[in-house]
Design a binder for this molecule. Structure first.
Ligand code: G3H
Ligand code: 13P
Ligand code: ZN
Length: 316
């Protein structure tokens, strides 16, 4: 059942976080739905501009509809990840999405406000909610490169002003994470002092954490042992910090890189161990199993595992 993102946030806020996962293909969708049924967890499916281009818009939507038929128990929202203004309008008008993200965080504050406001007006008129972004994550976002040195944490006063001026429904905040596999040097933590300061200015308002993959070192090591060449210094977010962030209002946690690592590890190991094999369904089936297992694990770390029936009751 596709539900509104706002409804999921109402149930989860301050208690647990909803995992938001990007999908691009059938195997990811199968693992995502199966994993969330196994975990009995609600979730958010994210579709990026890149995914819409890769699979094709009708195909990505059909994959989700088909997965829903196979897993009718599932409760989830469909969200545009890192949209520009035109892509937001296209998703709002399509009638398929629960919410959109307008990412104008690379623009000066006033322009970010103006663009976000326009998207909010159009989205609210159609009953969708809007995630906006303020502050800059390090790393790579779509085609925008933000130098690590210039990555800026979100300013709590600006965050309050931004939410008041735009009417957005949730806010992606820069609190120390970045996209991709190379987030931190050595052991680093989320900036909990900053999350707390933002929550004090915006009590009850859902915050979103992008760049939340944990980049497990054992996954990187297995990929490299099977012929990969990832930098072994790759580091991600400590999974044990996710629930602490959720208690401070981080209600949506975006995870994509970790799933890509599972895909890469499974396929590299499979073809290393079966060099004469060329039936891609065999590693594909292994990936679906492994991805579902990964989703169960993440749902436990996010606190969303076991919440499905409670969410169903709250929404009915
Ligand atoms: O933050 C971006 C997500 O990881 C999606 O990546 O734009 O390559 O689909 P993508
Ligand atoms: P990761 O690269 O840490 O998985 O972040 C994904 C993300 O923020 C998608 O919007
Ligand atoms: Zn992101």
């Amino acid at each position: 059942m596709i539900v509104t993102t706002a409804a999921l946030f109402r149930v989860a806020y301050g208690k647990f976080a909803i995992g938001a996962y990007n999908i691009n293909n059938m195997e990811q969708a199968l693992g995502l739905f199966r994993g969330h049924i196994d975990a009995q967890a609600p979730f958010i499916i994210q579709i990026s501009k890149g995914a819409r281009k890769y699979a094709g818009i009708p195909m990505i939507e059909a994959i989700i509809r088909a997965a829903e038929q196979m897993y009718p128990q599932a409760i989830y929202a469909v969200h545009l990840d890192h949209g520009d203004e035109q892509t937001c309008y296209s998703c709002i008008d399509s009638g398929f999405y629960s919410s959109v993200m307008i990412d104008a965080s690379h623009e000066p504050f006033e322009q970010n406000v103006a663009i976000t406001r326009r998207v909010v007006e159009r989205a609210h008129a159609r009953g969708l909610s809007v995630e906006a972004e303020l502050g800059m994550l390090g790393g790579v976002e779509e085609d925008i490169k933000v130098d690590e040195k210039h990555a800026m944490l979100t300013d709590p006063d600006e965050a309050k002003l931004f939410v008041e001026q735009t009417g957005c429904d949730s806010l992606a905040v820069a609190i120390g994470t970045s996209h991709g596999a190379y987030k931190f040097k050595g052991r680093q933590s989320l900036h909990f002092d900053r999350i707390e300061a933002i929550q004090q200015k915006l009590p009850g308002f859902p915050l979103v954490m992008h760049g939340s993959s944990s980049v497990p070192p054992e996954e990187v090591a297995r990929i490299n042992a099977a012929g990969g060449a990832l930098d072994p210094s790759a580091r991600g977010v400590d999974e044990d910090e996710l629930l602490r962030a959720a208690a401070l209002g981080v209600t949506k946690v975006n995870i994509d890189t970790d799933g890509r690592l599972v895909w890469t590890r499974v396929h590299r190991e499979y073809f290393r161990d079966h060099p004469a094999e060329f039936d891609f369904r065999k590693p594909g089936a292994v990936f679906v199993d492994e991805y579902a297992r990964f989703i169960v694990h993440k749902s436990q770390k996010l606190g969303s595992a076991g919440k499905l029936e409670m969410v169903r009751a709250a929404l009915s």
